[in-house]
Design a protein. Structure first.
Length: 82
């Protein structure tokens, strides 16, 4: 059993209205040191695979085909036993 920890973020240059709203709210709460906010997604996927390499290949395929939009998003993941 493996656990994939997946982070999906918007590519640089892609507008992030949710991040902008959070940034403005933090400024209004007097967190003046905050310079920028970008909002992303975090997912955990548990899967069975023959070994870690197979699990990593499956997770990469999941990200490419469904979990991330490669036009506007980047993804990174880590697969751990557990």
């Amino acid at each position: 059993m493996y656990l994939a920890q997946i982070h999906i973020t918007l590519k640089p240059g892609v507008l992030d209205p949710q991040g902008t709203a959070v940034y403005k709210a933090l400024q209004a709460l007097d967190f003046t040191g905050v310079e920028d906010v970008r909002i992303g997604k975090y997912m955990e996927v548990r899967l069975s695979a023959a070994d870690r390499a197979v699990a990593e290949m499956q997770v990469a395929e999941m990200c490419r085909r469904l979990l991330a939009n490669p036009v506007i998003e980047n993804y990174a993941f880590q697969v751990v036993e557990g």
